[in-house]
Design a protein around this ligand. Structure first.
Ligand SMILES: [Zn+2]
Length: 324
């Protein structure tokens, strides 16, 4: 493979709770790459931000079990990149509307025009600096781990556009899809569900009913899924792939062969130690030898989560091929 950066990035976009942790691990192991997890959150991890503190007061750690500030891998990456991971801008620095403009611009005019426009428009310049910082971190990961493939499961589509603007030749997009009912059932469980409930309460002043929490989760799923599909639509054919979580669980090697052909990857089966951050706690498990679709929501979820209660969410789910 030849890229402008000397390495390639497979970026997974889509809704959270869609199985991206299992998929990034499988991809990295099969193609001899490194799964870095949700790289856009690395600063939170490096500085021990409140958003990575768990219910019991402990911090979320790197997949190796150490806090990122004590992990030798991330320490080496920071040194190689000559960047302080806790202080550097590695995710969007713009407000909501400026972010929307940036995405629209990258979609319509591509990388070269965005770079040119950034000379005249400081917000775009700031966003490209974020992209440049991310590339420095990817390059450092590639050097430290001695790999030329990095799998990033940040899922945020805006982050994808930032990377696409700075290195369009090096980035490949996987838009990950999963049944909206499964995603929302997973999102409304435990602390995530409580976080959604307190967000609604802050907005309305009322304690939400479980049905309201489920609807909020459907909306979040719909938003991320539509953004992932939009990014897919505006990416060239050889640099993009759609992946259904359920299809992957049914036939992991078959789905990976499809990705391999599409992105011209080479099977290597060389396993590197994982230092992924963010995502599902399953990242602490070394290797997922048995891939099994998580269908527990069909048994456990209450009725209001099993049937998509908003018409638009039901329509999108059906459009994606999921039948009730
Ligand atoms: Zn680590």
């Amino acid at each position: 493979m030849t890229f402008e950066t000397g390495f390639s990035i497979v970026y997974i976009a889509g809704a959270s709770r869609s199985g991206s942790t299992v998929i990034e691990d499988y991809l990295a192991r099969r193609f001899g790459g490194v799964a870095c997890g949700e790289l856009y959150r690395i600063s939170q991890f490096a500085k021990g931000h409140a958003r990575i503190v768990l219910e019991d007061g402990a911090q979320e750690t790197c997949a190796c079990g150490a806090p990122v500030s004590e992990c030798s891998f991330w320490h080496a990456v920071s040194k190689e990149a000559e960047l302080d991971l806790a202080q550097s801008a590695l995710r969007s620095q713009l407000g909501r509307w400026q972010r929307a403009w940036f995405r629209l611009f990258v979609r319509l005019f591509g990388s070269r025009m965005t770079k040119w426009t950034s000379k005249l428009f400081p917000p775009f310049k700031r966003e490209l600096e974020v992209g440049a910082n991310c590339l420095r971190v990817y390059r450092a990961i590639s050097c430290v781990a001695k790999v030329n493939l990095i799998v990033d499961s940040s899922k945020q589509t805006h982050q994808y556009y930032i990377l696409k603007a700075v290195a369009p030749e090096s980035i490949r997009l996987i838009t990950l899809l999963r049944d909206g009912r499964a995603v929302s059932a997973s999102m409304t469980k435990g602390p995530r569900g409580e976080a959604i409930a307190s967000k609604i309460k802050a907005r309305t002043g009322l304690s939400p009913a479980p049905k309201d929490v489920a609807e909020e989760a459907f909306r979040a799923w719909m938003h991320s899924t539509l953004n992932g599909l939009l990014a897919f639509a505006f990416t060239s054919r050889r640099r993009r792939a759609l992946l259904y979580y359920e299809a992957f669980c049914d036939d992991p090697p078959g789905e990976m062969q499809r990705i391999e052909r599409r992105f011209s990857l080479t099977e290597q089966n060389h396993v590197h130690e994982s230092h992924a951050i963010g995502g599902s706690p399953s990242r602490h498990t070394v290797g997922f030898d048995v891939i099994c679709a998580d269908n527990s929501w069909k048994r456990q979820a209450p009725t209001h989560e099993k049937s998509l209660s908003t018409i638009s969410a039901r329509f999108l789910n059906r459009l994606l091929g999921y039948r009730e």
